[in-house]
Design a protein around this ligand. Structure first.
Ligand code: AHR
Length: 490
């Protein structure tokens, strides 16, 4: 029997709002074109930053934004991006498409973006080709009330120090960030953080480069080597769930590919269990957080686009991979203190796609909208009793769910029917609450590849849903295939 059982009066940890974090790299049309168009653009903007993008991202209450990379971070020298724009050097973005990086979007522009979004900056410093001194000076430039770097900041027009808490020390140091061994990176991490100081009232939350998915050795070494002085607040793991069996366009794919992708996305659960087991050995009190600071689907680039720009469409399939993953993060909230989907605009599993002055919200954006109620809410034990679909490397749960309680006592439930073809009716037992009011929304698509286009931007968007019937302490939910339902019981 397919059913869900939720205990609404038991506290299973807090779902940090930072699990709903985002990532914007100097890659393709994410920053330039997507977010930043410059003051002289005909596209409405505030100090060069697109107004439509800011409004849309505020709509999903993005809690933090990671920048400037990604691989770009370990090639980035922050002093190139300050001072008068005309004086900033023009360089080549070697990682991404070998296009000219004119540095017109730098530190001040990024901090302005965060202010406009009312979000926390999460800056990733350069270990691969930088130095402890360079990183130390960047922290000083941003956060020091006084001193030479504060004077430079003031000369560039910003008197007050900014508040910057989340600080990453290198990106994928096992790959594009320097091809290091964990032992070597652990030493470099220790060296760098020795010079990253809390200045004035600013307090840093230091994030070490973590493993790719299954690499437990990296985690073990980092946890071991950073124990003595509690040098690390969090470890940033990366995991992408690819495409179908072969790399394919986001809008392509058979039913087999659908389940293959879901199976890969669902690996996040077992990977986190294994990674957390390693962390528990060194840190039984959950002091160090796991941030999955890059995750998402990675398809073939759209036809006739620069392969180095990683521009892909986004379908109901991506939305379902996202809701499945967010349920996993919610469940692991004891140790998963944050996550950043890759990436915000026009890159990989984006929230928003743009074409000139046009923009559209992707199905994945709508998932973040429907899940926003979980931000900083109390995680509730949620037992899903359902079978699996597919077999072998396509085996996947047929149903996924998570639940939370917000301060006013409302209970929020998010459910996903992973079946590509079949509807399901699910009784949801809500132990400890008898609600009278139940507002629900649904996101679904007519086909496995339903998506939004600039001509039809609302093909996949959430609508009010009357398929949740609340009787006493049970909600009965009639879910179409390929659907995500969010409802709140008060
Ligand atoms: O998100 C795209 C790239 O994927 C990032 O730059 C890198 O960190 C990862 O390999």
């Amino acid at each position: 029997m397919t059913r869900i059982s939720i205990t609404t009066d038991v506290d299973a940890g807090t779902i940090s709002r930072h699990i709903y974090g985002h990532f914007a790299e100097h890659l393709g049309r994410c920053i330039y074109d997507g977010i930043f168009v410059g003051e002289d653009s005909a596209i409405p903007n505030v100090r060069g930053i697109r107004t439509d993008i800011v409004e849309a991202l505020k709509g999903i209450r993005i809690p933090n934004l990671r920048w400037p990379g990604g691989c770009f971070a370990d090639d980035y020298h922050w002093m190139d991006g300050i001072g008068p724009r005309a004086d900033r050097p023009q360089l080549v973005n070697h990682h991404w498409g070998r296009v000219v990086e004119d540095n017109s979007f730098g530190t001040h522009e990024f901090m302005d973006l965060c202010d406009q979004l009312e979000t926390e900056p999460y800056i990733c410093g350069n270990v691969g080709s930088g130095s402890p001194h360079e990183m130390q000076q960047w922290v000083q430039y941003l956060t020091a009330p006084e001193g030479p770097m504060a004077d430079l900041r003031k000369a560039n027009g910003r008197a007050e120090p900014w508040k910057v808490r989340m600080w990453g020390v290198g990106n994928e140091s096992w790959a594009c960030g320097g091809y290091m061994r964990p032992e070597y990176y652990a030493d470099l991490y220790r060296q760098h953080v020795a010079y990253l100081r809390n200045l004035g009232e600013n307090r840093l939350y230091k994030v070490a480069c973590g493993p790719y998915g299954e690499d437990l050795h990296w985690t073990d070494v980092l946890m071991r080597e950073t124990q003595p002085r509690k040098m690390m607040h969090a470890l940033g793991m990366h995991f992408y769930c690819g495409s179908g069996r072969d790399k394919q366009l986001a809008v392509a794919g058979t039913e087999d590919d659908w389940y293959f992708l879901m199976n890969t996305a669902n690996r996040m659960d077992s990977l986190l269990k294994q990674q957390i087991a390693v962390m528990d050995r060194w840190d039984p009190d959950d002091r160090v957080g796991m941030l999955v600071d890059e995750w998402g689907t990675w398809h073939e680039v759209e036809t006739d686009t620069n392969p180095g720009f990683l521009y892909q469409q986004n379908t109901i399939r991506d939305a379902i991979a996202a809701s499945l993953t967010l349920d996993i993060f919610n469940r692991h909230c004891r140790r998963v203190h944050g996550a950043n989907i890759a990436q915000t605009v026009n890159v990989l599993q984006a929230m928003i796609l743009t074409e000139g002055e046009k923009m559209l919200l992707t199905p994945t954006y709508h998932v973040f909208d429907m899940y926003a109620t979980h931000q900083d809410a109390t995680n509730l034990p949620c037992y899903v009793d359902a079978g699996t679909l597919g077999e072998g490397d396509t085996q996947t749960p047929s149903l996924s769910a998570s639940a939370s309680r917000s301060e006013d006592g409302s209970v929020h439930v998010t459910m996903t029917n992973l079946s590509a073809t079949d509807a399901v009716t699910v009784p949801v037992a809500l132990h400890g609450i008898e609600g009278t009011d139940c507002g629900a929304r649904i996101l679904t698509g007519d086909a496995m590849n339903s998506h939004n286009t600039f001509d039809a931007p609302e093909t996949v968007s959430p609508v009010d849903f009357d398929g949740v019937e609340l009787r006493g302490a049970t909600a009965t939910v009639a879910m179409p295939p390929r659907s995500i339902v969010a409802f709140t019981v008060r």
